[in-house]
Design a protein around this ligand. Structure first.
Ligand code: NAP
Length: 491
């Protein structure tokens, strides 16, 4: 026993550290904690860790090696954790401390305990470790059947805020004394009923949940999204963009506020690398017609301009002037090489990822929107079994399979391990310093294996429905095929 209460320190390897600029310093023998996960977590971890080790070996020719360090959460923490009180419950401080200390970690799916004190182990991990970005890249893996005709047109990176919104877990049951107290306070003090505001009063038999959206939480999430867009520009000829997804037309002071904060971050922190959509219109109008007056430009961006109050007209004219002040850095089409920051209402995004998928690239959104849109996008390219994700904080990442424990398939060696493997790819990319090559090799190995028609039951089922020839393989056989394929890749 060393620094942890219920588990031994890692037997070998060196911790990953962070330098003074916040960059990860990854040794050749990094210690990486992992949580195997419950149910099918056992199957997918076995398969994925073999693929990870084979890819590291292939890329570094034996010069680098991961030292896996098992930590516990979920049923395994209860049943098999070492030490007194079986690891201290569903999760313990050792789990949080290990991830904090070693900075890069990966996990399989966890059972959410029903009842009891813990709402969700996944949400707890994100909140306790302040992993404020939930990063979900969604892209097509080529041959995987999809419910849409052109799944290849969707290639988005979703940045979902991970610590607040209705997920903050601040809620009270209907009839509880806290709910009653709060309802009375809100009705009496903040939104008393009048003939005109009756719709704002809260019914006495309501449950209550709180939706906090802060400057702090929004800024850091959107900052990460814009930074990602700058570092990963589009390569298909279209302008790189960050879309702020919100429902601000209804929830003005939470979702609308998130959007407003987004434009402030772009303007204040990334002025020379970004252009807002409205700035791009103003600059474009001037480029097409250099003699255009400020007022006429304002008319073009605000169709109802002539019917606005004088104060509102002055505001739009001011906006045009400010955008034109950017001429030296952004004008003459220079803005077209910058990151376009735009915003869209949540419901319209849901239809547009289907009807105009290529208009989206990086999507930054509050927690609940992100939960919905990431699963909807994943379905568009082939489903949950292949959708990767990671939770990230400052100098810390916890990669995770995005699906649940799928208990009916547990220990049957049939489940698709691609989600965890591709989440590992995100982890390797985050590590940098050459490790990103490991992720690239794994992704290629998976694509090649699927293209060969060697697929697990879920993809096989989809291929069979389309009349495509394929061989149904076990989870472990799928890993074997990927290893075989990645070893054949030229570096
Ligand atoms: P689930 O485990 O995600 O499984 C639902 C269905 O999705 C499966 O029956 C299977 O569909 C398909 N599926 C999921 N993973 C797959 C994979 N790797 N390969 C192929 N198909 C896959 O959802 P659930 O049954 O609602 O949840 C079970 C438990 O997981 C719950 O305790 C829940 O709280 C937990 N959970 C954990 C996480 C997490 O740890 N991040 C996330 C969500 C849920 P078919 O039956 O059609 O083949």
């Amino acid at each position: 026993m060393g620094d942890f209460k219920h588990i031994d320190d890692p037997a070998s390897g060196t911790p990953i550290t962070v330098d003074s600029s916040g960059k990860l310093v990854v040794p050749d023998d990094p210690i990486i904690p992992f949580i195997e996960g419950d149910g099918t977590g056992r199957d997918i971890w076995k398969a994925s860790s073999r693929v990870f080790d084979a890819a590291v070996d292939h890329v570094f020719g034996g010069k680098k090696k991961i030292h896996w360090f098992e930590i516990y959460a979920g049923e395994k923490a209860l049943n098999e954790g070492k030490g007194d009180e079986a690891y201290g419950g569903w999760i313990s401080d050792d789990t949080f401390d290990a991830i904090r200390r070693y900075r890069v970690a990966i996990k399989g799916p966890l059972t959410t305990p029903v009842g009891g004190g813990i709402r969700s182990l996944n949400v707890t991990l994100r909140q306790v470790l302040d992993l404020y970005v939930c990063y979900r890249p969604v892209y097509s893996l080529g041959e995987v059947p999809s419910p849409v005709r052109r799944p290849d047109l969707l290639n988005v990176a979703i940045f979902r805020e991970n610590t607040e919104d209705v997920y903050a877990g601040i809620e009270w049951a209907e009839g509880s004394s806290a709910a009653k107290k709060l309802i009375a306070f809100l009705n009496d003090e903040l939104c008393p009923s009048t003939p005109h505001t009756a719709s704002k009063t809260i019914r006495h038999d309501s449950g209550i949940g709180i939706k906090p959206i802060s400057v702090t939480g929004s800024k850091r999430l959107i900052r990460a999204a814009i930074q990602h867009a700058i570092e990963h520009p589009r390569t298909d000829g279209q302008q790189t963009s960050v879309t702020l997804m919100h429902k601000g037309n209804i929830m003005k002071f939470t979702e609308g506020f998130f959007r407003d904060v987004g434009y402030v971050v772009a303007r204040e922190e990334f002025r020379n690398q970004t252009v807002s959509e409205r700035e791009s219109w103003i600059l474009g109008n001037k480029e097409r017609n250099p003699d255009l007056s400020v007022e006429d430009n304002a008319r073009m961006i605000e169709p109802g301009f002539d019917h606005l109050s004088e104060a509102d007209q002055t505001k739009v004219v001011g906006e045009v002037k400010l955008a034109l002040d950017l001429w030296d850095t952004h004008g003459d089409g220079k803005w077209k090489d910058m990151v376009l920051v735009k915003d869209r209402i949540a419901d319209s995004i849901f239809q547009q990822v289907l009807t105009r998928p290529s208009e989206y690239y990086v999507i930054a959104c509050p927690n609940l929107n992100g939960d919905y849109i990431s699963d909807a996008c994943a379905a568009q390219v082939g489903g949950l079994g292949i959708a990767p994700g990671a939770n990230m904080g400052d100098g810390m990442i916890l990669a995770e399979a995005t699906h649940g424990t799928a208990p009916k398939y547990a220990d049957k060696d049939v489940i698709n391990p691609s989600s965890l493997m591709l989440s590992g790819c995100i982890m390797f990319e985050y590590m940098g310093g050459g490790w990103e090559k490991v992720g690239a090799v794994i992704k290629e190995g998976i694509k090649k294996t699927i293209a060969q028609g060697r697929v697990t039951y879920d993809i096989h089922r989809l291929m069979a429905a389309e009349g495509k020839q394929a061989t149904k393989v076990k989870c472990s056989e799928y890993a074997d095929a990927i290893i075989e394929n990645l070893r054949s890749l030229e570096l």
